[in-house]
Design a protein around this ligand. Sequence first.
Ligand SMILES: [Zn+2]
Length: 305
Amino acid sequence: MLRALFGAALLGCAAAAPAWGGGPLSIVATSTDLKSLVEAVGGDRVRVEALAPPLHDPHAVEVKPGQIAALRGATLLVKVGLDHEPWLAGLLQTVGDPRFLPGGPNVLDCSKGIDLLQAETARVRPESGEHVHGFGNTHYWLDPENARPITAAILEALARLAPGERSNFASRRGDFLKRLDEGIARWTRALGPFRGTQVVVFHESWPYFARRFGLQIVAAVEPAPGVPPSPAYLSSLTKQMKEANVRLLIAEPYSSAALVSRVASLSGARAVTLVPSVGGAPEARDYIALFDLDVERLTQALRAR
Ligand SMILES: [Zn+2]
């Protein structure tokens, strides 16, 4: 209890002076999805910058000087956590602000409190010391139900920085959750007829989405997250896809187009590009619209099989 109080007081001291003079809180999120969720709770009380562009592999990001400046002036860093952002350590070293170090007072790690999938995945890049999904699958924002714990954590973090705004943030979150519930009902209805459909994914971005909506992911084109397939692996994969009559391949906008069309033509499956992050297509303007777009693309592809 004492420790909790002390921690809260520390956070208050560290953040209150530069952060809250009535203007918006400056926040840096590592992804556009977290940016959208912070904005859903914070509204006009926050100004959020996302570090990773939405049409880029989120595990391999090149940070620009302007973003370093943004982080220096930020009062809160919101991240996916685990090993989703292996590029963040170098950025934090450059910025050199202890507030943003792991466990620091002005960091919100949204993976805390998430029920992780694939937590048993073996480490796959021992040579670099960096690998992806080594502590569990990091693409948890793609289960819309996970927006509940994520926005709950965002609400607490924002309310600590601006205690007088707590009810405001809570009310905005309530409005967001209402839209989210309507969305989940809509998406579940649309994908209902396709429950149990077998799909192959390019990268393991979709296990949370698949679990929520009843799709069955039977294999990934990458034999391990971030590892490109060998010709032997591809030939065995596409043979198995044909044998099991897997008709759909889910790719990302940044997947290798040559590999996607190769797998599609060898297996006879139809490839569909889903958007894994807000802003990855013009229609995916916020977190709810992202799912509307992906569910629309998916149902179209599934109907056309
Ligand atoms: Zn990944």
